[in-house]
Design a protein around this ligand. Structure first.
Ligand code: HEC
Length: 124
């Protein structure tokens, strides 16, 4: 499953490297809007994004603290984008469906979710 990593072995998590979604040329404020507009809040509670307080999936409050995404991917910006674009391609048994995001959408959402400020509902 973990193919395509270009032979590069990364540590599972390096929080400073993740701070503010570094490495992504993305717009976290747009990502926050997309989380509301694209129906993520139907399944996830996300601090700073208005929604119905659903717990179908895990809350996305402090995703940047986690070592793994959905228990199967190292928590990096790139892997979060991969997850958001097509969860069943990463884990065929997952309950999270593909939500039809474009790559730029997924990058903006990832920048928001991996930003400690964004995930606490402050800026951006
Ligand atoms: C139909 C319900 C549903 C929708 C809609 C949905 N998700 Fe999920 N999501 C889930 C479930 C269930 C999981 C847990 C999946 C797993 O662990 O295999 C999950 C997992 C995740 C994870 C990994 C969480 C973690 O703690 O590792 C992220 C990030 C995520 N979703 C973001 C999003 C975003 C962003 C959107 C909107 C574009 C979205 N989801 C839409 C149900 C949903």
């Amino acid at each position: 499953v973990m193919t395509g990593a270009c032979g590069e072995s990364r540590p599972p998590l390096s929080p400073p490297a993740l701070a503010a979604g570094k490495g992504l040329d993305a717009d976290p404020a747009r990502g926050r809007r997309l989380i509301a507009e694209r129906g993520c809040v139907a399944c996830h509670t996300v601090t700073g994004v208005r929604g119905p307080a659903s717990n179908v999936g895990p809350p996305l409050h402090e995703l940047w603290r986690q070592a793994y995404l959905a228990g199967v991917l190292p928590n990096t910006s790139d892997d979060l984008v991969r997850w958001l674009l097509d969860p069943p391609a990463i884990n065929p048994r997952t309950a999270m469906p593909a939500t039809g995001l474009q790559k730029a959408d997924a990058e903006d959402i990832a920048a928001f979710l991996l930003s400690p400020d964004g995930a606490r509902g402050r800026a951006p």
